[in-house]
Design a protein around this ligand. Structure first.
Ligand SMILES: Nc1ncnc2c1ncn2[C@@H]1O[C@H](COP(=O)(O)OP(=O)(O)O)[C@@H](O)[C@H]1O
Ligand SMILES: [Mg+2]
Length: 200
């Protein structure tokens, strides 16, 4: 059993059962809000300490409801689309807990966990292709970082699969580019750094 830390959720990974269980706990946001709180505490600010604390609590609620909404949207999007590029979400308890199929992580090729340069190079190559052929830019529809981050993807039967697709802009981009990504991603393709600099 392992734990996956995301921007909005904390994930219990059970590879033996082929399941990933997602809870609405915005680990990184909560950590940042906590550091922010600690930092402000020591300073003499115009804002009263009580209101800083209230803002912290308000943020905790905001992160929680946002993560629940993302969990819920992930489930309903899967029910609606069922495209092979998306990792199946089997169940959601109103966003409080989601049960998703486990996917094999994209290996890391840089020594930095969850960071695969080849993955990012290939995503750039695929989207450059879309840009040339159709004149559509991923940036208009989604945050490109989300798609360039191997942490949001896994490999299922040798093909690319996305497991973080709860946000509306990501879903919109998947509607448009999901099939192209699915067809064009090749885990064995190698793009050199020079080629990437020149062409993509
Ligand atoms: N279905 C899955 N299979 C394998 N790992 C997963 C799966 N879902 C999530 N993870 C792991 O948990 C981390 C956080 O999950 P993610 O869906 O990206 O949440 P967030 O929306 O908070 O970024 C991912 O970066 C990944 O490492
Ligand atoms: Mg993520």
């Amino acid at each position: 059993m392992k734990i996956g830390y995301g921007v909005n959720r904390i994930v219990l990974l059970l590879p033996n059962l082929k399941l990933a269980i997602k809870f609405p706990f915005a680990y990184y946001n909560i950590r940042n809000a906590f550091y922010d709180l600690r930092e402000k505490r020591g300073k003499k600010e115009d804002i009263p300490w009580l209101s800083i604390r209230l803002r912290f609590v308000k943020n905790l609620f905001r992160f929680f409801f946002r993560a629940c909404r993302i969990n819920w949207r992930e489930f309903t999007y899967y029910l609606k689309r069922r495209h092979p590029i998306i990792q199946p979400t089997y169940f959601s308890l109103l966003g409080l807990v989601n049960i998703q199929r486990y996917g094999v992580p994209i290996p890391c090729d840089t020594g930095r966990p969850g960071y695969n340069k080849q993955f990012t190079f290939q995503i750039d190559a695929i989207f450059k292709g879309i840009l040339l052929n159709k004149g559509i830019l991923l940036r208009q529809y989604s945050d490109p970082h989300h798609f360039r981050n191997p942490d949001n993807f896994s490999i299922k039967n040798g093909q690319l699969c996305m497991h973080d697709y709860g946000e509306a802009h990501v879903q919109k981009a998947l509607d448009l580019f999901g099939e192209i990504l699915f067809q064009n991603y090749d885990p064995n393709r190698v793009i050199t750094f020079e080629e990437w600099c020149d062409k993509y």
